[in-house]
Each structure stands twice: as structure tokens, then as C-alpha cells.
Design a protein around this ligand. Sequence first.
Ligand code: CMP
Length: 143
Amino acid sequence: MERTFIILKPNAVRRGLIGEILKRFEQRGIKIVGMKFLKMSREQAEKLYEPHKDKPFYNELLEFMLSGPVVVLVLEAPRVVEMVRHIVGATDPLKAEAGTIRGEFALTVTKNLIHASDSEENYLRESSIFFREDELIDYYLDV
Ligand code: CMP
């Protein structure tokens, strides 16, 4: 079974959108196997966004991600990397389709509410910054 990693960004928490966002994954039947509420350390944020460190938006992105608590999750389902990105919508909210999380609730590309891994390789890299393997819980979903 495939897994992916997501972050509900500080504005999602501050806007009271945790339930609204998680509902969309749960109602699809996607399983939560890891979940934490935390304030990211600078070291964690730098590791997470290391691939973007030379981009012009890097500093703004880092400060935003450190500006308040986030919720980090590991989700599990068949083809979940692609499925979650489909539910989340395009990185730029202007291009995100109606009905997606960003298409309905986000306004700017920095404050685009949620991060989702774009590959299994990045799932492994990103999730390991926030979760140990023994913190991910295996169980079955009920009817
Ligand atoms: P995320 O999925 O967290 O991964 C990298 C983040 O960089 C992305 O979401 C956006 O929040 C941010 N980002 C990407 N492109 C831009 C851009 N052109 N300007 C500002 N922020 C950006």
C-alpha cells in the first residue's frame, strides 16, 4: 500500500480549516497512519525545503512555515501520492480547479494551505523529518 506525507500549513490551522481539510481525505477512504500537531523547528523547515533553497521565494516560505503550528500527517491508500495531489489542487491557487482544497480555500501560492509530497521518494525524505517509522500505526478502517 502506498503512503504520502502532508502538512496543514500555519494558515490552515489559524483559519480553523483542519477539520474541513481532513474531512476530504477521510471521506475518500484514505487512511491516516500518522498525525502530529507541532511548531516546526527551523532545522526541520530547512531540511524540508532544501530543494528550494536557491529559489527567490525561499525565505518568505521558511518564515511562513515557522509562523505558527502545523499538522503533519502520513496518509495511506492505493496510488495515494497522486490521489492526494488531485484532492489538493495545483500549487498556484489561481490554477487550482474548483472543488479542490486550494481551488476552494487558498488565495496565494505561499499561503496555499497544504503541502503534499509529489513522489514516493519525496514522501520518504519528507516524512522522515517528522516521523520515526515506529510512530506510523497500522490498523484497519471500519465501516
Ligand atoms: P509546497 O507544496 O509546500 O512546496 C513548496 C512551496 O513553495 C509551495 O508549496 C509553495 O507554497 C511555495 N512556492 C512555490 N512556488 C512559489 C512561488 N512562485 N512564489 C512563492 N511561493 C512559491
